[in-house]
Design a protein around this ligand. Structure first.
Ligand SMILES: NC(=O)c1ccc[n+]([C@@H]2O[C@H](COP(=O)([O-])OP(=O)(O)OC[C@H]3O[C@@H](n4cnc5c(N)ncnc54)[C@H](O)[C@@H]3O)[C@@H](O)[C@H]2O)c1
Ligand SMILES: O=CCCC(=O)O
Length: 505
């Protein structure tokens, strides 16, 4: 642990500006509690690194359990008045926040590129995706209807209303530091709750920037609070979130292992949870598929964000009759799709992995596949030096069920191709995982389309499309991929309670 010696608030320094920021004030390294920008009460800090070269970007306030408690108290205080806001007033706030993000999209994208290593053009896309959620929630806020229910007793009248839950504690991962925040926090605030957010230690700067924009939009103090923390201190914040009676809803996006732990802890106090966890998506190319479009689907699904999304294809099953031809088509498309280079170059569309840890995991999966006799084909243009965490988009032919990738998320740009013979066999293989987030398949047969879509055990299915993520879609998984849905018309329901009111006439 490092400690600042001067004063509580850590001033931003030593952040290399790799872009011409029109609003440099967006970049900050402090937390945000009750409308104040603060450092850790014990003055500790942690470092954030640039995935492109592993160089240190800056130090950030490393808050602990006491600070998290203060943030929860600030959120509870703010809830007292925020819950009286009309839906139209909340709608205005979400609108202004979305507008602020749109006005500052280049700065925010640049911060995303700095801390995540995402190519700048792709970061702009992720900022747009993040803002789409706020646009969507804004549209839904005024449609939080109740019902009237015919009563069995003649003199009674029953109706329901929806009310906010109170203080929501939110935890987000590093891999999508803008959209995972707006998708979760935007819905909670739109529904009338107040929030304490703990962003990932690897990518806290986007969350801080989003809070700055929220502040500028007239967000009242305490409605959104940010508690930044290191890897080491995150568990104590998790403990405070699950043990403090102020928290009414714990909303987590991240790995299944951490989600399982937090879900169990939250259950002790019957805190409502939303759990958006890991995936292990199957992607099936049936023998009748159009190979060009299936290959485009693989590229969209597998290689988006260098393979680092929860919905990335993880296991690609290809019918044996077309397996060789499909690998060839995929290789050609990969060669013509990707441009490598500095992530700040606007033409570059494929970046490094987010850390050395991720790179090591990919290498282990590759070694496992090579030991078991697989052939590797990497994108032909990827032979420059693109930094220590760069791994090129790669096809692994003739992969088999005994390999590591079948049971663990790859979270990197490795397309494992597994041949199959029958529909029954491939559906059994596709469902043979504890995860159930996304699945994809390509076929031209309408009867197979329905049967397979119904048989796949996942919360989301992409049929003849590799990119399914959208604000209007209920996003979430079954099995060990989580509980609840984010986005879609279900989103605000997650953050409200139904109250039934019976009136005797
Ligand atoms: N289903 C979805 O919508 C979705 C979206 C994005 C990412 N993910 C999943 O997230 C994972 C990648 O993200 P990650 O590596 O950041 O996951 P992670 O579980 O390691 O960390 C997620 C967050 O939890 C925090 N955390 C870790 N241990 C904690 C604890 N004991 N108490 C409180 N907080 C704790 C981390 O600091 C981080 O903020 C992948 O498995 C991916 O599939 C899922
Ligand atoms: O990584 C997970 C979320 C990305 C998405 O919403 O598509």
């Amino acid at each position: 642990m490092t400690t600042t010696s001067d004063k509580n608030d850590i001033l931003l320094k030593d952040v290399p500006y790799k872009f011409k920021a029109s609003t440099p004030a967006l970049l900050d390294n402090r937390s945000f509690i009750g409308g104040e920008w603060v450092g850790a009460s014990d003055r500790s800090i942690f470092s954030v690194y640039d995935p492109e070269d592993n160089a240190k970007l800056c130090d950030v306030a490393d808050l602990g359990r006491e600070d998290a408690r203060k943030a929860l108290e600030a959120a509870q205080k703010a809830f007292v008045s925020y819950k009286t806001w009309t839906n139209r007033e909340r709608r205005g706030l979400i609108r202004r926040w979305a507008d602020q993000i749109k006005e500052n999209k280049e700065d925010l994208a640049a911060i995303c590129t700095m801390e995540l290593g995402k190519p700048f053009t792709e970061s702009l896309g992720t900022v747009k995706y993040g803002t789409d959620f706020l646009d969507w929630f804004e549209g839904d806020i005024e449609r939080q209807y109740g019902e009237t229910i015919p009563a069995a007793k003649g003199n009674n009248r029953i109706f329901t209303i929806r009310q906010p839950q109170g203080v929501v504690a939110a935890i987000t991962p590093w891999n999508s530091p803008v959209a995972m925040v707006t998708r979760k926090v935007g819905a909670a605030i739109a529904a009338g709750n107040t929030v304490v957010l703990k962003p990932a230690p690897e990518t806290p700067l986007c969350a801080i920037a989003l809070a700055k924009l929220f502040d500028r939009s007239g967000g009242p103090p305490g409605v959104l609070n940010i508690v930044t923390s290191s890897v080491e201190k995150s568990p104590e914040i998790g403990e405070e979130f699950t043990q403090n009676e102020i928290v009414k809803h714990l909303s987590f996006t991240g790995s299944t292992a951490v989600g399982r732990h937090l879900h169990a802890e939250a259950a002790r106090r019957f805190i409502k949870t939303s759990m958006e966890l890991g995936g292990n998506a199957p992607f099936i190319v049936f023998g009748d598929a159009k190979l060009d479009s299936a290959a485009e689907g693989v590229i969209a699904s597998k290689f988006r964000s260098s393979g680092q999304t929860c919905v990335c294809a993880n296991r690609i099953f290809v019918h044996r009759s077309i397996a060789d031809e499909f690998a060839k088509v995929l290789e050609e498309k990969m060669n013509s799709t990707f441009t490598f280079g500095s992530v700040w170059d606007k033409d570059v569309n494929f970046g490094p992995l987010y850390s050395e840890k991720a790179f090591t995991k990919i290498k282990a999966q590759i070694e496992d596949a090579e030991t078991k006799g697989c052939k590797l084909i990497s994108s032909s243009k990827a032979n420059g030096n693109y930094g220590p965490n760069f791994y090129p988009p790669t096809i692994i032919k003739n992969a088999s069920a005994d390999m590591r990738f079948m049971q663990e998320e790859t979270f990197g740009p490795l397309a494992f191709l597994v041949p199959f013979d029958t529909d029954e066999e491939v559906i059994t293989m596709a469902n043979k995982t504890n995860a159930g987030l996304a699945s994809y398949f390509y076929t031209e047969d309408i009867s197979r389309l329905w049967k397979v879509a119904e048989a796949l055990e996942s919360g989301m299915v992409g049929v003849r499309c590799g990119l399914i993520s959208a604000c209007e879609q209920p996003f979430g998984g079954i099995k060990e991929s989580g509980v609840g849905r984010e986005g879609g018309r279900e989103a605000l329901d997650e953050y409200t309670e139904i109250k039934s009111i019976t009136v005797a006439l």
